[in-house]
Design a protein around this ligand. Structure first.
Ligand code: APR
Length: 245
């Protein structure tokens, strides 16, 4: 398998993941026919403007969808990336996902460019809480407040209209720019900054491998495209690497 060969010879392979890798963990994707944004208007429920204007409405939405993220379990695709990392064929995972499933699966090097719904920050004193430690206030208060200063709490996720934290972005760009293989998995590559990563990797002469259920606009740009489920394709790549030695 040519893709297994690319990993076998990679010095710094980086995986860029999106919602599709967590689809088989029961977490829907954002775009496409049954995507979350076909049911909710992201500008109304997931923008920093809507949060500042009406945090009560924002928290209604966050409560509606948040539990599924906190209860989801890693699937075979997440496990395969852990195995690739353990075999020293994967240097780092850069994810757009806020579900924390890469870390829960066991990946050591994960950069969450859109944050993590399992953390909650105070918008006043910047205290960070683990969501699981303040469940009562998240459930009982229409607008959860900080136990230290009474400030409004906000999930540690990058909402539309918000910048990716500078340190996080710099780290992600550094990894993508120095990659010799960039594997994109389960992402439509429609959202900027991540949508620019394949091009950045290419500027470094990296091989771009795309695994996605549907075509993306980067398909013609990639060196390899596999249209299929991440939980099916990634374990097969790991297996092919194992038997190729
Ligand atoms: N295996 C592989 N790919 C899949 C699977 C699967 N089981 N199921 C769906 N996909 C693909 C879809 O074909 C789609 O192209 O995953 C892609 C998911 O694309 P999006 O829903 O656009 O999600 P993503 O690319 O992660 O979105 C980026 O947009 O809404 C914001 O902040 C949010 O991080 C998110 C960002």
């Amino acid at each position: 398998m040519a893709i297994a060969h690319e990993f076998k010879h990679a010095r710094r392979a980086v995986a860029l993941t999106g919602a599709g890798i967590s689809a088989e963990s029961g977490l829907g994707t954002f775009r496409g026919r049954d995507g979350l944004w076909s049911r909710y208007d992201p500008a109304v429920v997931a923008s920093i403007e809507s949060f500042n204007q009406n945090p009560r409405k924002f928290w209604e939405f966050a409560r509606d969808i948040g539990w599924k993220f906190l209860e989801a379990k890693p699937n075979a695709a997440h496990i395969a990336l852990v195995e690739l990392e353990a075999m020293k064929h994967l240097h780092c995972v850069v994810t757009q996902n806020i579900d924390g499933l890469h870390q829960r699966a066991g990946n050591k090097s994960v950069i969450e460019i859109h944050g993590n719904i399992g953390r909650v920050n105070c918008t006043m004193c910047a205290t960070t809480y683990a969501a699981e430690n303040i469940v009562d206030s998240l459930v009982q208060q229409d607008v959860p407040t900080c136990q230290r200063c009474g400030g409004t709490l906000k999930p540690d996720v990058v909402l539309f209209g918000e910048e990716i934290p500078k340190k996080t972005l710099a780290e992600a760009l550094k990894r993508v720019r120095s990659a010799d293989v960039l594997l994109t998995v389960g992402t439509s590559l429609e959202v900027y900054r991540a949508s620019s990563f394949p091009e950045l990797a290419k500027e470094n002469h990296a091989k771009v491998i795309s695994i996605n259920m549907e075509r993306t606009r980067w398909d013609d740009f990639s060196d390899y495209q596999v249209h299929g489920s991440a939980a099916d394709v990634l374990p097969r790549i790991v297996q092919a690497i194992r038997i190729s030695f």
